[in-house]
Write a protein that binds this ligand. Structure first.
Ligand code: X8Z
Ligand code: ZN
Length: 618
């Protein structure tokens, strides 16, 4: 099972499904590797046997952990937490043990596939556990507790309790709709009263995983995470910086324009023109995507004149129909329909009578056909896109299921996050016309409005996508100590995003913990990469589909040729270094932000005009 979230590749995955690495070979029937007698053949055989044992052992353990995790995430109770923690612990112990044993083959000459599987075993663990069993148990219990705390979190405004308390779905609706700064401030602060409860857990979590990482031969957990990109950890950090430098001018222009518009609306005392933007006014709890405030910043005369949320509501779409239409897109590319079990076992709406983790995820519970999503769907444009995102995970999982277990994952984790998003870039006006949701396409004169709406999500996200792991890398490396978690977080939020907290944040709070991926221990650089990669995929698939014209108007809907090439990349799984996979679809071997810059090029010109005379920056 791989869940794309919490258990990574070897760790279960809610995006994911299951997988880990195994423990003492002897107790689990794996014959210890014969001491290489010096011949190449015996070395090859030994390594081959080891890999076979790892594949055979980790897959069922991962599936078991995934099932337990699925039940827990769909029905949070003390018992399901315990069961999930135990199953995860078993998987983790063995994963870590296999990772350690893989080192015995270091420096030996081996077939490329064997060598790659060994390397993946050593580096693809997102929650490295110490060898000490008691510590592993403590770690998995902390991880499960943090995840559940997030799933159960509610903000109860003064005088309100019980059913009237607000969960993240209800709070999200307030961020989407309300333009009352006091109401926004109230829920912004309120949601962050739910995370101090896990601050101590997180501190201990950092200690324990760091110990596990050191035992695996890495300086700390952050270095282990950064080692998973077919380059050195330092080279990866440099690569992220390089990409960020490529997109920074675009972000700065967007920030400048949005700040000016918010200042016009809320007043200069609330939104000063020379300071970071208050984080509660951007239409999103974490200020990570801003399209919910499109109405406040829409360009005069260039507004496309439709709101996808309204179109979906008017056409009577419900959660199921949204998912079906996502499936229909993939079918138009030539992918097989989703299995019946997907429809029977997925969670599409928030249950009224029990606690669930609502943060959207995609699962491959049995490492094969048991695909599912778990999502508390609301009928709106944001969730329509998220459904494509989640289904992208599921189609990827199914495409690589014939690979050996260790290769069942995406080329790098950014690829997994980019597939569905790349498809959602094809949700253009032309596609909406095709679906019968829109009567006719807006004329080219409305492109700036369309591009601005996209940029509020895709460009605004970039610095957030980057900083979440800058914070964690700093925490794991000890550069941000446990008594400056919040200060370190807000320093990065200001530096990269140009936003500031709307009230004083002190160290008894734990604002990073109010974002799912911190308690869920899901690495976040993947989303930054995905926001670069999805535009490369989109540009390439549009070309393959024979499209000519502005990229923001391109839909690959119905192009079986684009689907075929996409599938060629997906079915490779992790079997080749990611540049090979990228090349299979795009002909390119590098991460390249020119694709996102090309997409938004007309908007960049327009923003420059709008910002003329303004002082930008913070
Ligand atoms: O967590 C997700 C997906 C599941 S992998 C819904 N995303 C990030 C987030 O919500 O913070 C997608 C965009 C970024
Ligand atoms: Zn995802």
């Amino acid at each position: 099972m791989r869940i794309h979230s919490r258990y990574n590749q070897f760790v279960l995955s809610a995006v994911l499904g299951a997988s880990l690495l195994l423990s003492t070979a002897c107790t689990h029937g794996f014959a210890p590797t014969p001491k290489p007698d010096g011949t190449q053949k015996s070395i090859e055989n030994g390594a081959q046997k080891f890999i076979e044992a790892a594949n055979a052992r980790l897959s069922p353990l991962g599936v078991r952990a995934a099932r337990a995790e699925w039940v827990k995430a769909n029905f949070i109770t003390a018992d399901t937490e315990m069961i999930a923690a135990e199953a995860y612990e078993n998987y983790l112990i063995e994963s870590v043990e296999f990772a350690k044993q893989a080192s015995q083959f270091d420096g030996l000459e081996l077939a490329a596939s064997t060598r790659r599987q060994l390397e993946i075993l050593k580096r693809a663990i997102t929650m490295p556990a110490p060898a000490d069993r008691a510590l592993t148990q403590e770690l998995t219990q902390i991880a499960t507790r943090m995840d559940s705390n997030y799933g159960k979190a509610q903000y109860c405004p003064e005088g309100v309790d019980g059913d009237d308390c607000l969960d993240i779905i209800e709070i999200r609706a307030i961020h989407t709709e309300s333009r009352d700064p006091d109401a926004l401030l109230d829920v912004w602060v309120g949601w962050r009263t739910t995370s101090p409860a896990i601050r101590d857990d997180y501190r201990r979590f950092v200690e324990l995983t760091n110990q596990g990482a050191v035992e695996l031969g890495y300086p700390d957990t952050g270095a282990l995470w950064r080692s998973n990109y077919d380059m050195s950890p330092d080279a990866f950090a440099t690569e992220v910086d390089r990409l960020w430098a490529q997109v920074l001018p675009l972000y700065q222009s967007l920030h400048c324009y949005v700040r000016a518009k918010l200042s016009e609306f809320y007043g200069e005392d609330r939104v000063p023109l020379d300071a970071p933007i208050p984080a509660h006014l951007l239409g999103n709890m974490w200020a990570q995507q801003w399209s919910n405030i499109y109405d406040l910043v829409a360009p005069e005369g260039a507004d496309p004149g439709y709101d996808l949320t309204v179109l979906l509501e008017e056409a009577g779409y419900g959660p199921l129909k949204l998912v079906e239409s996502g499936e229909n897109f993939f079918s138009s590319l030539g992918f097989d329909p989703l299995p019946e079990s997907f429809w029977e076992r997925s969670l599409f709406t928030k249950p009224r009578d029990r606690e669930v983790v609502c943060h959207a995820s995609a699962w491959d519970v049995d490492d094969g056909d048991d695909l599912r999503i778990k999502m508390c769907i609301e009928v709106n444009a944001e969730d329509f896109r998220t459904i494509h995102h989640e289904l992208g995970h599921n189609y990827y999982q199914r495409a690589y299921k014939e690979q050996p277990y260790i290769f069942r994952g995406s080329a790098n984790d950014g690829f997994h996050e980019a597939i569905g998003d790349a498809i959602a870039l094809s949700v253009t006006p032309a596609y909406l016309v095709e679906l019968g949701l829109l009567d006719r396409e807006p004329p080219p004169s409305k492109d700036i409005g369309l591009l601005l709406r996209d940029a509020l999500d895709k460009v605004a996200f970039l610095p957030f996508g980057l900083l979440v792991d800058r914070w964690r890398w700093g925490v794991f490396a000890g550069e941000i100590s446990s008594d400056e978690y919040n200060a370190g977080w807000w320093a990065l939020r200001e530096k990269y995003q140009g936003i500031r907290p709307p009230n004083e944040r002190t160290e008894d709070l734990f604002d990073p913990g109010a974002k799912y991926h911190i308690p869920g221990n899901t690495p976040y650089s993947r989303y930054f990469l995905a926001h670069i990669l999805q535009f490369q995929f989109h540009r390439a698939m549009c070309k393959i589909a024979g499209y000519q014209g502005p990229l923001n108007r391109c839909t690959i809907y119905g192009s079986e040729e684009a689907g075929r090439r996409l599938n060629e990349m997906l079915e490779m799984g992790m079997s080749r270094p990611w540049p090979d996979a990228l090349e299979a679809l795009t002909g390119e071997r590098e991460l390249d932000a020119t694709a996102i810059r090309d997409y938004f090029a007309p908007l960049q010109v327009w923003l420059n005009e709008q910002n003329a005379g303004r002082t930008c920056g913070w």
